[in-house]
Design a protein around this ligand. Structure first.
Ligand SMILES: Cc1cc2nc3c(=O)[nH]c(=O)nc-3n(C[C@H](O)[C@H](O)[C@H](O)COP(=O)(O)OP(=O)(O)OC[C@H]3O[C@@H](n4cnc5c(N)ncnc54)[C@H](O)[C@@H]3O)c2cc1C
Length: 344
């Protein structure tokens, strides 16, 4: 089905970051084909990337590997922003405040304090009641649908091929020219033949997009039982994304009025400057399924076969749950490093 050297299954943020990473390490763009059932511009519960808030936050785990992925992504995103023509591509930096009702992990604070721009812990006086720790920094904000579209446009312009196709079994994309297949299928890894990862599960999130051009700062309140966030969408005519929910095992892409009201109630308590409930202009309500995985992300090289003395590989890169934008570049970097090491 292809004469490319590398096939990437998936055109979400993981697939696009993986294409960039291959090119960054010297692969000719015309050697890459991205094959996906859903492409930028599409909407489906099986295509998570357009639904993200999305920004860089302290959502990720405190293990070394996750912290490494975050750091790589945060410190390299400017390169993609430049390639795509600057902040107008849908990727900009804005201030962020994150507040917690428990003490933050020291290893995590040590790590982020070394690279986050304008980082500082909140003072006691700045913290509202119930908050015991908090940080302020400059973060990356994505206008996810716009960014995906511009990222694809750039990759296509330099020679990457995009093809719309639903793959039933991963072996079917191994035409004779293919050296490796990168599996960036997100929640699709649960059903893709040859993979069918039983550890993959959805974590549903509903969000409300509201018009509030005067809000130019991210704000988070992390609670043990509910997380509330407000994320401005860069280059969107003033939209903010309000959330959220983290419902494990819920496959529903439906939206619910009572969840919208709950998000707005919590969001306006957190950020009263947004406005009064009865004056809000709601642009849309949406629900997406974060591609979660028991045991965390799967970045792994699997030997597929040998053709004419040449080993061919499947490289898995999925399971980014609620952090595909903020960790995904580091994940892609590890996936491509592991592949080139295996293929030496
Ligand atoms: C409400 C919400 C808020 C979020 N906020 C943030 C945030 O602020 N920051 C952040 O970093 N992350 C956030 N996320 C998480 C982020 O959206 C995901 O981690 C990310 O989108 C996952 O990207 P992906 O490319 O792995 O998967 P997807 O975007 O789902 O892409 C999967 C791709 O694989 C293709 N595919 C799958 N199976 C097949 C098959 N069999 N054949 C062909 N193609 C196939 C699909 O068509 C698609 O192109 C949020 C998610 C939600 C739902």
């Amino acid at each position: 089905m292809t004469d490319s050297k590398y096939v990437i299954i998936g055109a979400g943020i993981s697939g696009l970051y993986t294409a960039w990473s291959l090119i960054d390490k010297g692969t000719g763009p015309s050697d890459i084909k991205v094959v996906a059932e859903f492409l930028p511009g599409d909407q489906s519960t099986l295509y998570t990337s357009p639904w993200a808030g999305g920004n860089f936050s302290l959502i990720t785990s405190t293990d070394e590997r996750s912290m490494k992925f975050d750091k790589f992504t945060y410190t390299n995103l400017h390169r993609i922003q430049e390639l795509l023509g600057g902040p107008e591509c849908g990727l900009d930096m804005l201030p962020s405040t994150e507040m917690f009702e428990q003490e933050l992990d020291h290893a995590k604070l040590d790590s982020i304090s070394q690279y986050l721009k304008e980082y500082r812990p909140m003072t006691k006086e700045e913290m509202p009641e119930g908050v015991v720790s908090g940080v302020k920094f400059l973060t990356w904000n994505f206008n996810c649908p716009l960014f995906l579209a511009n990222f694809q446009k750039h990759l296509a312009a330099i020679g990457v091929t995009f093809e719309r196709s639903k793959i039933d079994h991963i072996s079917s994309v191994f035409s004779p020219s293919v050296d490796a297949v990168f599996n960036c299928t997100g929640i699709g890894a649960a059903s893709l033949g040859g993979v069918k990862d039983e550890n993959v599960f959805p974590t549903r999130g509903q969000v409300v997009v509201v018009r509030a051009p005067h809000i130019r700062e991210n704000r988070f309140r992390w609670r043990p039982d509910s997380d509330t966030y407000v994320i401005p969408r860069p280059f969107s005519d003033g939209s903010i994304v309000m959330g959220g929910f983290f419902q494990e095992g819920n496959w529903s892409g439906n939206t619910y009025g009572y969840e919208t009201e709950d998000i707005l109630k919590r969001g306006l308590e957190l950020y009263p400057e947004i406005g009064k409930r009865n004056e809000l202009k709601i642009i849309r309500e949406a629900a997406g399924l974060r591609p979660s995985r028991k045991g965390g992300v799967r970045i792994e090289v699997e030997h597929f076969d040998q053709v004419n003395g040449k080993d061919r590989y499947i490289v898995h890169n999925y399971g980014a749950s609620g952090y595909g934008y903020q960790s995904g570049l580091g994940m892609a970097n590890e996936a491509t490093d592991m592949y080139f090491e295996a293929a030496k």
